[in-house]
Design a protein around this ligand. Structure first.
Ligand code: ADP
Ligand code: MG
Length: 693
């Protein structure tokens, strides 16, 4: 990773290889954009056939350009690109945006061209953005670089955007523009042959004027590097991402529960591990970015509300509560102060209804008192602009209070923006995030609270258990691999679990009916008998599980029936019958480039029907394991309900951490399924397990 991207984002001169006089061409539009956006340095069109483009002198080759050039666009057809990269190298150009498409994505020929230009770029130390991309924008007035062929000219601001897809990037850029919100930098890197999303995020992270980063990625070349880099950035400033895309294409045919449930893991988990705020709606993301780039990070989730109109605050409260935010009452002292300063008809509580006739003085007092209340971490305003009120001065009071205080202020601003242009401008210049709808404003506030949670969450610790027997596991796995077996036998699976001290129900393996009887005697009745065969995936589906067997006679009957029905080849897995408890599932699945993802959920029918499971990327810390448990929908059942005791969560956390470590230690384990584990009283114990290599 090399995040020194100054030549790309702060070019002092730009050349355009493939510049064109045709107005409807990329080679012309980029020049137009650079000129319209008032790029601070020289622009050099390169075209051997013309003398002038848009009033600028054109040069036959980039090597004929007189001055130094930091950045070049290449917009010519793919076969000519490698040679131009070579020329750029000779010219001393440090960064190239290849807008042209038609490389790796087109097959072997395109791939060869891409390898060719990359090798030449490396030779000269040139960084490449693209191919098949838009490029960059930097709105810093000292730079004004619009090295891009799109059409939105962002105002300077504090939000930086990086999008793999130029289409999504352009939509987001336009959305901020329409909201009157400035932007700092923009990049769309298309195929990402060289400069990566990770490097751009890191670069934005170090840019002082970038206060929030918006990200759209469909895939990542190196998710672990991304996580490590993004984690450092999210500790300092918020990163917001749209969840789309998968690390793996489609759900693969599965032989285990985790395989089916985690068939394709979305970017969600990677983002979560990196502390990135995720959104499924682009609109929500943009609104949250406005709040996050202008307001301080709140200390908690408690909200004080000021309104001058009833209904919108009711809607706001519904949404705030739905998001899990709290609306505590006013303190006695605050209520007393407000009684003296508010209008007679005001409603002195939280929400504080100052009523529609409230003027600047009433707002000033309301804002001051609410800002000082220690039980509020955030201020939420419903502000409608009554034609009989001095709204501009109300807006000034809002801005002044936000500046003076250290709590976020979010505003549901209801007005005709044309007629109340003065008021709108005061709020905008004062960086008060304003939203048309109450629920939108509430969700933007929620994003601030979420970011605080991310920033203040303790990372937790990754435990290295020293009481495990790695050698035992290694020899089991090596033996299975030497026999080219992918599915481990029950004895192997339980051997591995015991070596990692995961509690399992007492067990034996028997090869014939007589042995089953003896083993059952050793374990002690009641027992469970299961068919043990590589060919049987769901044992109970084929009559391969018999539970609660009371004596030797019953053992013989069951074993003989299984043998008759399932074939002579089967072995018998004899297990202690455990009293029914809460059934849990824990799993691990190897994901390319990521390591293992770890799954937790309620087992039994809940898994199949409700798919109520949660995932985390290994290694799983104690806090992440606890969050896995607490984030399933059925968490209240796990905590205990209607007098029934909850499960021992500490034990569950330990098992999750041990399984996480097992996966990390033995990457060859492709899928591991513990389903179910029985949680009875204080104990948690595996009664069925499966491992696939
Ligand atoms: P499979 O999942 O292959 O069908 P399991 O070993 O999970 O087979 O057994 C099916 C069900 O039988 C379990 O979900 C559990 O409810 C019950 N069961 C399995 N083993 C035991 C046991 N040792 N004690 C009590 N019940 C068990
Ligand atoms: Mg099972």
């Amino acid at each position: 990773m090399n995040d020194n991207l100054d030549a790309l984002f702060k070019p002092r001169a730009v050349a355009l290889i493939g510049a064109s006089v045709k107005e409807l061409s990329i080679g012309n539009v980029i020049i137009k954009n650079l000129l319209h956006y008032k790029f601070r340095g020289p622009v050099y069109p390169v075209n051997p056939k013309v003398d002038e483009i848009r009033g600028l002198k054109a040069y036959p080759s980039v090597m004929d350009v007189p001055g130094e050039v930091d950045l070049a666009h290449i917009v010519i057809p793919p076969p000519f690109v490698p040679e131009e990269v070579e020329n750029c190298g000779k010219k001393g150009i440090k960064a190239i945006i290849i807008n042209t498409a038609g490389f790796k994505e087109m097959g072997a020929e395109g791939k060869a061209l891409e390898d060719d230009f990359l090798a030449r770029a490396r030779k000269y130390g040139i960084r490449i953005v693209g191919p098949n991309c838009q490029g960059i924008i930097n709105s810093d007035p000292a730079i004004n670089a619009y090295c891009n062929f799109t059409f939105t000219y962002p105002e300077p601001g504090f939000i930086s955007v990086v999008a793999q897809s130029g289409g999504v990037g352009a939509v987001i850029m336009q959305a901020f523009y329409d909201m009157g919100i400035g932007q700092r930098m923009y990049a769309s890197n298309g195929n990402g042959s060289d400069v990566s999303i990770t490097e751009i995020i890191s670069y934005y992270g170090k840019d002082n004027k970038t206060r929030a980063i918006v990200l759209y990625a469909e895939s990542l070349d190196d998710p672990l590097e991304f996580i490590a880099v993004a984690k450092k950035v999210t500790a300092r400033k918020p990163v917001l991402a749209i969840t789309a895309g998968r690390t793996e294409k489609g759900a693969e045919a599965s032989r285990s529960h985790i395989g089916g449930l985690a068939g394709s893991i979305s970017m969600d988990l990677i983002y979560k591990k990196a502390g990135i705020l995720t959104f499924s709606s682009q609109e929500d993301l943009c609104q949250a970015a406005v709040a996050l780039s202008s307001q301080p990070v709140p200390k908690g989730n408690k909200v004080g509300i000021i309104t001058n109109t009833g209904g919108p605050s009711v809607i706001a409260i519904d949404e705030l509560v739905r998001c899990g935010l709290e609306i505590p009452p006013l303190s006695e002292k605050a209520a007393q102060t407000l009684k003296g300063s508010m209008l007679e008809s005001a409603s002195i509580r939280n929400p504080l209804d100052v009523v529609a006739t409230a003027g600047p003085g009433h707002f000033k007092s309301a804002l001051e008192v609410m800002m000082k209340e220690p039980q509020f971490d955030n201020l939420y305003l419903n502000f409608v602009t009554p034609p009989f009120v001095d709204c501009e001065n109300v807006a000034r009071e809002i801005v002044a209070a936000a500046k003076a205080g250290n709590k976020p202020v979010i505003c549901n601003y209801m007005t005709d923006k044309q007629k109340w242009g003065g008021t709108s401008k005061i709020l905008k210049d004062g960086e008060i995030p304003c939203f048309d709808f109450a629920e939108t404003a509430a969700r933007a506030l929620y994003a601030l609270v979420c970011y605080n949670r991310i920033r203040s969450a303790t990372e937790g610790s990754i435990k290295i258990f020293t009481d495990v027997n790695k050698d035992a596991v290694r020899s089991i796995l090596e033996n299975a691999m030497s026999q080219k077996r992918e599915i481990l036998t029950a004895a192997e699976v339980y051997g591995i679990l015991e070596a990692y001290r995961v509690p399992v129900a007492p067990w034996r393996v028997a090869h014939d009916v007589k042995e089953v009887v003896a083993m059952a005697g050793e374990i002690g009745f009641p027992v469970v008998i299961k068919a043990d065969s590589e060919k049987i995936i769901h044992k109970s589906d084929v009559g391969g599980v018999a539970v609660n067997i009371q004596d030797a006679k019953e053992v013989t009957g069951v074993a003989e029936t299984m043998k008759r029905n399932l074939g002579d080849g089967i072995k018998f897995f004899v297990q202690k019958f455990l009293p029914k408890g809460r059934e849990l599932i824990i799993g691990a699945k190897a994901v390319k480039g990521v390591g293992h993802i770890i799954m937790f959920g309620l087992g039994g029918i809940f898994v199949e029907v409700l798919k109520d499971v949660s995932f985390s990327i290994s290694p799983v810390s104690d806090t992440e394991a606890m969050e896995l448990i607490n984030s399933v929908k059925a968490a209240p059942l796990i905590d205990g309900f209607r007098g029934e005791k909850g499960i021992n969560k500490e034990k569950a956390v330990e098992i999750i951490r041990r399984i996480s470590m097992l996966g990390t230690d033995f990457p060859v384990i492709r899928e591991l399924d513990l389903n179910p584990l029985f949680a009875t009283g204080d104990e948690i114990c595996v009664v069925d397990a499966r491992i696939i290599l």
